[in-house]
Design a protein around this ligand. Sequence first.
Ligand SMILES: Nc1ncnc2c1ncn2[C@@H]1O[C@H](COP(=O)(O)OP(=O)(O)OP(=O)(O)O)[C@@H](O)[C@H]1O
Ligand SMILES: [Mg+2]
Length: 231
Amino acid sequence: MTQTHGPKRGIFITFEGGEGAGKSTQIRHLAERLRQQGLALTLTREPGGSAFAECARELLLDPAKAPVSATAQALLFYAARADHLDQTIRPALATGKWVLCDRFSDSTRAYQGAAGGVEARALSAIDAIVVGGDQPDLTVLLDLDPASGLARADKRRAAASVASTTADTYEGQRLEFHEHLRKGFLALAGAEPKRFVVLDATELESVLADRIWQHVSSRFALPRPTGPVGL
Ligand SMILES: Nc1ncnc2c1ncn2[C@@H]1O[C@H](COP(=O)(O)OP(=O)(O)OP(=O)(O)O)[C@@H](O)[C@H]1O
Ligand SMILES: [Mg+2]
């Protein structure tokens, strides 16, 4: 059906990958470039992005409080996602904002599905109810071998405040878990090549930012940049 009134729906981009792959770093770079184009953005993250979902984040990422089974984790992730979509993502997209989200459903498919053993078809059924037609327009997968990613995350933690020096529920998992995770993400990308762009996360931060920008600016219609004429 053709939309006849109201703003054009915004673009929904998700960033995925294992621990320390550079998702948060690249979201910041893309946000800066999109803002330079004069676009209104919402930056958000999972788990989180709404009051309830941030509470769920505290439970899920604290190894002392997180549900033990991958099934229970998946259900809590999707409960949080349902609220995040209703409170934050859908309203932003409806007003024409671009939404950049640090992790989304593919993380549940990889962590609780491929690495955690929850059946893919069960996750698909829940996803159809919770996310439905509001799937990401583009998913950037930053692919990195898990040992390097965990080493980056350790380094970042060591440089951070005392309050965040312990590994979260997933950072603390065995390397084998992270290997499954990586394979899981790559399989998801292989199954949906139009939605995903897969990048080698060992590249320089600035090179990755350029590659992501090339994909975004060639795939979506961007307004003309704001700023003085002739620049
Ligand atoms: N391309 C890169 N090369 C080397 N180091 C990088 C690169 N990108 C980011 N880093 C560094 O790696 C660490 C992890 O980056 P970042 O926090 O962006 O990863 P993340 O994918 O968001 O991690 P997490 O899953 O733990 O949230 C940071 O210290 C960051 O400065
Ligand atoms: Mg991050």
